[in-house]
Every structure is written in structure tokens, then in C-alpha cells.
Design a protein around this ligand. Structure first.
Ligand SMILES: Cc1ncc(COP(=O)(O)O)c(C=O)c1O
Length: 394
């Protein structure tokens, strides 16, 4: 059970018994904390036997009371698929894909929003609001529909049309804004207090991270409590990467894994790569990108509130941050579809596109057990559907 909330920037503690956004002292992101020492004494991997797969399998380290019923649409428990074609072609015999497109609403955003909306409802929210580049909006809409909570989703005008349709089908109120997720966030923040909404923006509430961290728990379990050597993750706001890093620390505190960590590799689009620029410059924070451009809408995040956490994890792991061009990431997504049978979003395509450069620079060893995150499904992206799969004329 959750013990409290700790600011990831300044270490201030806050109670976890009410609706909360940022740290009351410094406006940093709040992390949920558990009594891992007590858990380590009694909780063992064997206790998982017989539990259903998915996010709520890890309920001891999630914000849910022992007898509480979780809000679920079947999120998590996604397959880890050995690469059949791309890995062998690159000389990477141990390349695998964590296929998050199997989640409800077809992206990994379901994990975080399942937990955040569960918790928001439990703590008495009346209306949820979120700025989104797309997939987080549709996941919010679906979980709010399931929870019986109204929600408002603010998204850029160029959000892929299927995602807007999905949000409408779930009954969300949609606000389209001129600009990126940054302007959508500003639109929400101008209204939250007057409207009485609860803001579930990335890392501006503590529990989306808790859902996302279960990707790390799943990787550890599927490797027999051994982590992969490298994780390649398409980074916008970075919650998945930060969440997995948190999961690994928790698993070590529980005594389920040792102190070894995968190299965390952050991949961004060349037209919006604030983390890559900061990584290269040796900075702890990232400069906002002025005119972000990319077809991978989930990567069009000009400034991430958790930039310092992404950079710290990448550096502590001996990882890297790299950018790929749009034509490369789209080709990566088409390869995943045509060669692996995984119809992946452009963001996921970025991880495949990054591999040759990562091998060349030595950031990844060809023999490394490498996991690329397929964070979302390609069906929501007309930019992929219109052009037809690679190498096949329409
Ligand atoms: C499919 C997809 N992949 C990756 C991302 C980036 O995720 P994060 O914000 O966790 O870095 C997003 C965000 O919208 C997304 O929709």
C-alpha cells in the first residue's frame, strides 16, 4: 500500500490521501512511495503465481488498497516478441519487441491512465482533464467512460483523425488547439481551477507513472528476474522510461533483482529532440524546441517536465539519446509491419530506425539482449496507412 508522495526534484514529502498534482514546495513531479522494506520481508515472486497478467498483478506496489477493485480494461501483460527479421538482418540475435500495441486503446498509454483514473475516481475527482498528443487522450477517454467520469481532452489540430474519433466515441469533450501538446497543456491549466477539473497531464499527477512502471516489472519477470541489456524507448514526455527506471529501483529494494541495469536509450524525432540536444550538451535540463516538426505525434513534445529525470536515467545507465529523421522512423514502422507482423506506430518505428546508428556508435553491442518498445499501433496513423507497406506497390 502507498506510504506517501515524494518530490522527485527536492525530496519534499506529501500525503497521498487526496487529489494532488505537483510538489507543494517546488512544483516538481511527485513519486508514489511504498514501504518496500516491509514488502521485501514478506512478498516473493512465487506469490504472483495464479494472478492474472497485467498492470494490477503488481498491486502491492500500486496505489490500491488490498480489498479495492481495480479499474481495468485488461491493460498490460503484453507480449515480448523475438525479432524474426530485423534482428537477424542487423546481426542482433537477441533483439525483441515489447508489443504495447496490444493494450486497450492500442497503446502503452492505457497502463498509466488505468491507474491514474482509478486513483482519481477513488480520491473523489468529478471531471478529468488532459492535454495529449493523441494516445493519452484516447486512453483517458476510455478509462473515464469505464469509470463513469466526464473528461476533457485538449489536443493539437493535427492529431490523427482516428484518435479524435476514438475520443468522441468514448464520450470525451474534445478541444482542438493551435500548436502542440504544450499549448494544449496551457489551455487546460488556464481552466482547471475555475472548472473544478483534475489535471492528469504527464508527471503533473503521480499515478500515470505507476501504471507505466509495470512495463519494467513485466520485463524483469519475463527475463526470470534478469533485466535485458538495453532498452530502446521512443521518448516524448518520457514517463515510460522514467517509470521503468523507478521499477528497477523498487525491484532491487525488494531483493528481486540485483544492481545491474539495462542501458536506457532514448530515441526522439530529429524535428523535436530536446532530450538528445541536452544529452549531447551535457546539460541536466533540456531547452524547449521552438518549432517542433514530426509525423510521430507522440514525440512532438517540445518541453518535458521530467527532462531531468530522463537525462539522469539515461546517463546513470550508460545509455544514449539519439534522433532519427521522419522518413527513417516511418520506414522503421513499415519494416515492423512488413517483416515482423507488428503494425506499429511511427514512434515505435523510431526505435527500429535508431538501431543501425546505435550499433555503429557502440551504444549497443550486437549480442546485447535489446528490447525495442512498440508503444502504439499503426492503425491510428493515416500517414502510415496511406503510403502502403514498404516494398509493396498499391
Ligand atoms: C505511440 C507513442 N509512443 C511514444 C510516446 C511518447 O511517450 P512518453 O511520453 O512516455 O515519452 C507517445 C506519447 O504520446 C505515444 O503516443
Amino acid at each position: 500500500m502507498i506510504e506517501g508522495l515524494e518530490c522527485a526534484a527536492c525530496g519534499t514529502w506529501a500525503a497521498a490521501d487526496g487529489l494532488r498534482n505537483l510538489c507543494p514546495a517546488c512544483s516538481g513531479p511527485l513519486f508514489a512511495r511504498y514501504d518496500l522494506e516491509a514488502l521485501a520481508r514478506g512478498w516473493r515472486p512465487a506469490d504472483l503465481t495464479g494472478r492474472a497478467p497485467g498492470v494490477w498483478r503488481w498491486r502491492e506496489v500500486l496505489p490500491i488498497a488490498p480489498a479495492e477493485e481495480p479499474l481495468t480494461l485488461g491493460e498490460g501483460g503484453t507480449p515480448l516478441l523475438r525479432s524474426r527479421s530485423i534482428g537477424p538482418a542487423l546481426g542482433m540475435p537477441h533483439l525483441a519487441f515489447k508489443d504495447e500495441s496490444c493494450n486497450p486503446t492500442l497503446s502503452f498509454k492505457a497502463r498509466g491512465l488505468a491507474v491514474a483514473i482509478h486513483r482519481a475516481r477513488a480520491l473523489g475527482a468529478h471531471h478529468v482533464a488532459i492535454p495529449s498528443a493523441g494516445n493519452a487522450g484516447s486512453a483517458t477517454a476510455a478509462y473515464c467512460a469505464a469509470a463513469g467520469l466526464p473528461c476533457t481532452v485538449a489536443m493539437p489540430f493535427d492529431t490523427p483523425a482516428p484518435i479524435l474519433d476514438e475520443c468522441r466515441a468514448h464520450g470525451a469533450r474534445i478541444q482542438l488547439v493551435d500548436g502542440t501538446i504544450a499549448e494544449a497543456g496551457a489551455w487546460i491549466r488556464e481552466r482547471v481551477s475555475a472548472e473544478g477539473w483534475f489535471d492528469v497531464s504527464t508527471l503533473r499527477e503521480p499515478y500515470r507513472l505507476e501504471g507505466k512502471k509495470t512495463m519494467g516489472y513485466e520485463l524483469a519477470e519475463s527475463g526470470g528476474w534478469e533485466l535485458p541489456d538495453a532498452i530502446v524507448y521512443p521518448t516524448g514526455g518520457g514517463t515510460g522510461l522514467i517509470g521503468m527506471w523507478k521499477a528497477f529501483d523498487e525491484l532491487e529494494a525488494l531483493g528481486w533483482i540485483g544492481n545491474e541495469r539495462p542501458r536506457m536509450i532514448s530515441v526522439q524525432a530529429a524535428g523535436c529532440a530536446p532530450i538528445v540536444r541536452a544529452f549531447e550538451a551535457g546539460s541536466q535540463r533540456a531547452e524547449p524546441v521552438r518549432e517542433p516538426r514530426t509525423a510521430a505525434s507522440g514525440l512532438k513534445v517540445p518541453a518535458a517536465i521530467g527532462d531531468f529525470l530522463i537525462l539522469a536515467a539515461v546517463r546513470a545507465s550508460g545509455g544514449a539519446a539519439v534522433a532519427v529523421e521522419d522518413d527513417e522512423l516511418l520506414a522503421g514502422a513499415r519494416r515492423l509491419a512488413a517483416e515482423e507482423g507488428i503494425f506499429a506506430s511511427p514512434e515505435a518505428g523510431a526505435t527500429v530506425a535508431a538501431l543501425p546508428g546505435l550499433l555503429e556508435s557502440g551504444a549497443i553491442d550486437p549480442e546485447a539482449r535489446t528490447v525495442c518498445f512498440v508503444t502504439g499501433h499503426g492503425i491510428k496513423y493515416p500517414v502510415l496507412c496511406e503510403a502502403g507497406p514498404a516494398g509493396v506497390s498499391s
